[in-house]
Design a protein around this ligand. Structure first.
Ligand SMILES: [Zn+2]
Ligand SMILES: [Zn+2]
Length: 316
């Protein structure tokens, strides 16, 4: 059996720490999503509504190992938890640096609070203000920043994991009598090498097909999910679906949010494989009304749809 068959696929873990829109409910806190890459202790946070640090404490995650925070927009239900979280991370004597990415104003917001409350952190805090088209590259993945449509400057994040190179079939290389050593590295890269006995070996014949890196969307508040379409298709889309279409149509005052129907139709159009409804209006917490959101989305989308709930964990 080749090594290819025994190799397991990499699975990153997503934990929903807050799934309510605007205000917390008894079962849902305000927005926050954790992403932990497989085999890494450090993890990342997308949005940080008030009380996120309490939610973190109910999971196996630790603020101590938090390395990056991405803030979609400066509405309170997405950012009011950040100062408390920073202060607690500081109290834990965490010394590894923390990077915070957010819209213009995030530096002023955090700077003012830190100055006025005399919050001195023991770790290096780096704050980056993002804009449309910002491309962030990290080891193993990249993040494209997408400008969304909401009542305040808001961004969404498209996370694309690097393609995984095909597996090098060592057993086959040995069978062919190729001597171990630096030659293997060249063959792994798909280069053609000439052996001492004159044989020419094409590395591609020993390397399996690369696995395409997965691509996921983590949306912020937004009334137009098709804004993500330049980056489609997606393996996973996590996006707000604050209301059903009917409830939205009957709102006395309209807010710039997406309905389950609108999201599902956009997801269908963009080739989304798996859809997760998030940022759910508190009204659906009562009387099993969450089913209304789910059914509406399911009627417009062929793939699997779930409604996020606090502490829900998925692998991607
Ligand atoms: Zn919100
Ligand atoms: Zn908002």
């Amino acid at each position: 059996m080749g090594l290819q068959e025994t190799e397991k696929t990499i699975m990153h873990k997503i934990t929903f720490l807050g799934t309510s829109a605007g205000v917390p409910t008894r079962t849902r806190n305000v927005s926050a999503i954790a992403l932990q890459l497989e085999n890494r202790k450090e993890w990342m946070l997308f949005d940080c509504g008030e009380g996120t640090q309490h939610q973190i404490m109910k999971t196996s995650l630790s603020a101590y190992n938090l390395s990056r925070v991405f803030i979609t927009h400066l509405h309170g239900d997405h950012v009011y938890g950040l100062c408390g979280l920073l202060a607690s991370k500081g109290m834990q004597r965490s010394e590894s640096s923390l990077e915070i990415y957010g819209p213009a104003g995030i530096r002023e917001l955090l700077g003012s609070v830190m100055r006025l409350s005399q919050l001195n952190l023991p770790f290096d805090l780096k704050i980056f203000e993002i804009s449309e088209g910002t491309l962030l590259r990290y080891e193993g993945f990249r993040i494209d920043v997408v400008k969304l449509s909401h009542s305040i400057t808001t961004y969404g994040f498209v996370v694309t994991f690097d393609d995984k190179p095909g597996h090098f079939d060592i057993a086959k290389a040995k069978r062919l009598g190729i001597p171990e050593g630096p030659i293997y590295a060249k063959l792994k890269r798909g280069e053609t090498v000439t052996l001492a006995d004159g044989r020419s070996i094409d590395g591609n014949t020993l390397v399996g097909k690369p696995t395409q890196g997965k691509r996921i969307v983590i949306g912020g508040d937004n009334d137009n999910p098709l804004l993500f379409s330049p980056y489609a298709p997606f393996d996973l889309m996590i996006h707000e679906a604050t209301y059903t279409q009917n409830d939205f149509d009957n709102l006395p005052r309209k807010f710039m949010h997406t309905t389950a129907k609108q999201l599902a139709e956009a997801a269908q159009q963009m080739g989304v494989k798996r859809l997760i409804l998030n940022h759910i209006s508190p009204r659906y917490d009562k009387d099993g009304r969450i089913v209304e959101l789910l059914n509406e989305a399911k009627s417009c989308f062929d793939g699997p749809v779930e409604a996020a709930y606090d502490f829900m964990q998925i692998e991607c």
